[in-house]
Ligand binder design. Structure first.
Ligand SMILES: [Zn+2]
Length: 169
């Protein structure tokens, strides 16, 4: 009688090391296994392993912009200071910083989103979606957790490929 509810159960809390490893490998904040990105800037809509939808709500990834902004600041300011101390020309100064921005932006974009999802998962844990065998039962699965029966598990729909984060100008 005291078995845990199966429709929406919070996964066991992973160790800090396990979560840090998942962040470094850019994995799902819930199961720590599924890949978050399917291409350089393209995200999976949901976890390929556990089915968690990454974009928890509309505008969910706005918070990752703050992380990206801080990371960009931390990366670019030392370079800018170094260049300024060496009295390089404005052209070289600009070229180096623009090149550095272009090179590190994909990394910052990816890690800011992954880090935000993991921070959010720690602060406000979301349950694992219903397991696949439960989800296939027509009536037993929780209505919010059951995917559409015809939908492939990894339909490749992308969530924002950085189009919404072009706030550098
Ligand atoms: Zn997952």
């Amino acid at each position: 009688m005291s078995s845990p509810a199966t429709s929406s159960h919070v996964p066991p809390r992973p160790s800090a090391w396990a979560r840090a490893g998942a962040v470094l490998r850019q994995r799902c904040p819930v199961c720590l296994q599924g890949r978050v990105f399917r291409s350089l800037l393209g995200m999976h809509r949901s976890c390929p392993v556990c089915g968690t939808v990454y974009e928890r709500e509309h505008g969910y990834f706005l918070n990752s912009m703050f992380i990206a902004y801080a990371a960009g600041f931390l990366v670019l300011v030392p370079s800018a200071l170094l260049l300024a101390l060496r009295n390089v020309s404005v052209g070289i100064f600009s070229a180096v910083l623009i090149a550095e921005t272009i090179l590190v932006w994909p990394l910052i974009f990816r890690y800011s989103r992954v880090l935000w999802m993991h921070i959010d998962q720690v602060l406000d844990p979301r349950p694992l979606p219903a397991p696949a065998d439960e989800a296939q039962l027509p009536s037993a699965a929780a209505p919010f957790a059951a995917p559409h029966p015809g939908a492939p598990p990894n339909s490749g729909a992308a969530v924002g490929s950085g189009a919404g984060l072009g706030d550098d100008d």
